[in-house]
Ligand binder design. Structure first.
Ligand code: 5AD
Ligand code: SF4
Length: 439
């Protein structure tokens, strides 16, 4: 049997695309393997959201050169967001000509045909679609985790934040039909899924492209009715599109977890405007107040970029102020990375690297004590935890997550994996909680 290895960079959307690639390969009779040396096929599913993700792909491709020389029959395929950009495809053609197949995000479903065609050719096969086609349903999927599954509800993005390459790599917004989403979820539950994460670049604008328009809130109510499902999560939400109807749905749907990932990106009105985020600091803070008032135990996480072109110390201080005012439960923090083809790449006032790094460190110095302090609030609380299995670092310790998405470690039998347990928190740590099982 032929063996494959897929490496994935980037977001959950990419992770889930790799689960589809794995599904298609399994139906072609391929088996997964762990070592490049054993693989008949290596697939790199790439990300282009920041430069360092791209550099990692190039580095990894460089390492494959010798292996390909040793085993010329091995097939190397590169796909994903990076491939949607012509200059990157050109770069791979010039620098890594031993790659056998290049395809993009819009024709992922054609992978089996592309693979068959590429085997017949003696040169690199490149097939990248500039535009998204219709949504293709029914692609086989092999999920990485049985217990927790990703479910796409929409693809693409229409927001064009000025720093972001995603709308160019993933095309315009389009939503799956609710019945297709519900069917997929019901199938997953039969196979042991307890928790789903609904995926979209901007889930709040779900449904706008459907003939019978359904809002994201309405979709949540529908999914909440599915028997056997324990938890519903979703990401990502754009602050400009959070409606009262959605806040009500999160509050009323018992399966929807008390966690919202609400990327703020910056706390400065000037920078938010330059980023084309379409909200002000004041509007964002008002929204946070409203959400906390309606759902008091909600956990709020965010994405923050430091060093956007033209960001001054004053702008950056506004971001620090935002972090202090919101008291985030967690944040993904990024140093601004110039993305060719985006409007911000053309701005002249790029912030010097040393200043970006200094601000990045100052951001973490502000953020981390807040996250730690928030964790301390859980001391002696009893929290519902979905057990995911043994902890990575310690075989005798189990790991699970609260509804608010906090990692909890505790002693217990591996047989508890997949069940909901109540844990009394004895030791809040910096980025996780420790506790004991209670009845
Ligand atoms: N530079 C740095 N961070 C970026 N992000 C998106 N584009 C860039 C960029 N050019 C971050 C944003 C987004 C997250 C997924 O990645 O914070 O929310
Ligand atoms: Fe990128 Fe903005 Fe769309 Fe998010 S909402 S994917 S940051 S353009």
């Amino acid at each position: 049997m032929k063996k494959y290895l897929i490496e994935t960079w980037g977001c959950q959307m990419n992770e889930h695309d790799s689960e589809k690639l794995a599904g298609m390969l399994a139906s072609m009779g391929y088996l997964e393997c762990d070592e490049k040396e054993d693989a008949d096929l290596i697939v790199y599913n790439t990300c282009c959201v920041r430069e360092n993700a791209e550099l990692k792909v190039y580095g990894n491709l460089g390492h494959l050169k010798a292996l390909k020389k040793e085993r010329p029959d091995m097939i190397i395929a590169v796909c994903g967001c990076m491939m949607q950009q012509a200059h990157i495809v050109e770069h791979i053609k010039n620098k890594h000509p031993f790659v056998d197949l290049i395809f993009g995000t819009h024709n992922l479903h054609n992978f089996p045909v592309l693979l068959a065609n590429c085997k017949e050719e003696n040169k690199m096969l490149v097939e990248v679609w500039d535009e998204e086609g219709d949504i293709v349903e029914g692609i086989p999927v092999i999920r990485k985790y049985g217990l927790k599954s990703f479910v796409n509800i929409m693809y693409g993005c229409n927001n064009f934040c000025t720093y972001c390459i995603v709308p160019f790599a993933r095309g315009r917004e389009r939503s799956r039909k609710p019945e297709d989403i519900l069917d997929e979820i019901k199938g997953l539950i039969k196979n042991g899924t307890k928790e789903i994460t609904l995926l979209g670049q901007n889930v709040n604008s779900y449904g706008k492209t459907l003939d019978n328009s359904v809002s994201f809130a309405e979709l949540l109510y529908m999914i909440n009715e599915v028997k056997g499902l324990e938890r519903i999560r979703f990401m990502t939400s754009h602050p400009k599109d959070i409606s009262d109807e959605l806040i009500k749905a999160i509050k009323e749907c018992n399966k929807v977890c008390e966690h919202i990932h609400l990327p703020v990106q910056s706390g400065s009105n000037r920078i938010l405007k330059a980023m084309n985020r379409k909200y002000t600091k004041e509007q964002y803070l008002k929204l946070i107040d409203k959400i906390k008032k309606e759902i008091p135990n909600i956990s709020i996480t965010t994405d923050i970029i430091v060093g956007f072109p033209g960001e001054t110390d004053e702008d950056f201080n506004d971001t620090l102020d935002m972090v202090k005012k919101v008291e985030y439960d967690g944040a993904f923090t990024f140093i601004y990375s110039v993305r060719k083809g985006t409007p911000a790449a053309k701005l002249e006032e790029q912030v010097p690297e040393d200043i970006k790094h200094d601000r990045f460190n100052r951001l973490l110095d502000t953020l981390h004590p807040i996250v730690e302090e928030k964790n301390k609030e859980f001391k002696n609380e009893i929290l519902e935890v979905l057990v995911e299995g043994e902890s990575k670092n310690n075989e005798n310790i189990l790991m699970g997550r609260t509804r608010t998405n906090k990692v909890v470690n505790f002693e217990g039998s591996k047989a508890l994996t997949g069940s909901l347990v109540n844990i009394k928190i004895s030791k809040p740590k910096k980025f996780s909680l420790y506790g004991i099982i209670v009845e």
